[in-house]
Write a protein that binds this ligand. Structure first.
Ligand SMILES: [Zn+2]
Length: 94
């Protein structure tokens, strides 16, 4: 039968997927899939912040996505700076 190869094949992702809520594409860089990462670049956003902005947007004032504060705190500690400095520094990397 022709065209069988081009049919949608369910892909089973092993390992990490995009960190962005509502996005299940395979992980590519900075916690995001290729598409979300490019999106972040396009809008000059920190890919890691975009990861926590849901793909379908927030569902209202009470909807929130948990930010990886502990992870950031840990990273800041490793660099010997406090959280604020760490986040500002990341901002200035651009
Ligand atoms: Zn994604």
């Amino acid at each position: 039968m022709a065209g069988l190869e081009s049919a949608d094949v369910p892909i089973t992702f092993v390992g990490r997927v995009c960190a962005r809520r509502g996005c299940n594409r395979p992980h590519w860089k900075d916690g995001l899939c290729n598409r979300c990462w490019r999106f972040a670049q396009l809008f000059q956003k920190d890919p890691r912040m975009l990861a926590y902005k849901p793909l379908d947007g927030y569902k209202g004032g009470t909807d929130a996505v948990e930010l990886p504060w502990e992870e950031w705190e840990q990273a800041a500690r490793e660099q010997g700076v406090d959280m604020v400095e760490f986040l500002i520094e990341r901002d200035e990397e651009r």
